[in-house]
Design a protein around this ligand. Sequence first.
Ligand code: AN0
Ligand code: CP
Length: 319
Amino acid sequence: MKQFTSVVDVSDIDKLVKTALAYKKSPYSDKKLGENKTIGLIFLNPSLRTRLSTQKAALNLGMNVMVMNMDKEGWALETQDGVVMNYTTVEHIKEAAAVMGQYCDILGVRSFPKLVDKEEDYTEDFFNKFIKYCGVPVVSLESATLHPLQSLADTITIEEYKNTNVIVSKPKVVLTWAPHIKPLPQAVANSFAEWMNRAEVDFVITHPTGYNLAPKFAGNAKVTHNQNEALRNADFVYVKNWSCYEDYGKILSQDSNWMLTNEKLKITNQAKVMHCLPVRRNIELSDEILDGTNSLVLQQASNRVWAAQAVLKEILTNM
Ligand code: AN0
Ligand code: CP
């Protein structure tokens, strides 16, 4: 693997999942692989899980790790070409990314969408420029439109918890929109859809009208605006808020009826409930679900380490 920005960069998803599960059993089996190699983790937005799990994964492989909170500690970055930089930006991404590439063998980058200009976000303008100018392999720590390390961890979690007794039928996986008070990126939902569309699952997306995901990520998933219909016999329910893709970055609904409760879970096949975290309790997901036995949110967060370790292994062995 030369970079990890989308499922499209992965040639063999099953192999990557198996590598991750092997690291879960034996975290230090490749502790020499990353010796004398440095990864830089560059954050333009906040993070808890991505920062710590990717750092831990790199340390397990014997890598040196540098973390930079670019938004708080770096110079304000310019990304447009040909501008006269006489306003707030201090340094151009051309120099900044190239300099980071001098210090690091691999760079991880997190940069959320601005949710203002759909075209700018969906062409991954920032990420593509960063990749072009840094000159080393890049791992997405969540870009404007995708969060592949999260989706790999989610895929691993579903693999671990799916009912292997039912060989004949595929697990039913439902991605349900949930309410939120702020306009959030579509990245987690886009990415989950991108991975589930390639998995051996029956995949359904449910959301209020107006919340369609970009067709290139929703793919051939079944889409319904009837949450109950989607939840019927579900084995996994993935809960996530996203802001509108069509009416870009807008909030059209805050309908609390979309929040998952134990009552709603009754129509499922005792579904496991997933969320990438951070989650706003009793807005996106009820206390009773998060504190109950159906929740897999901690297992997902735990699998972020093994997901990142498998990805870094693939990149290190192809350098
Ligand atoms: C971010 C999002 O929805 O993309 C990060 C999730 C991993 N969440 C928030 O901004 C709350
Ligand atoms: N799920 C996830 O990526 O969490 P952080 O934003 O805390 O990294």
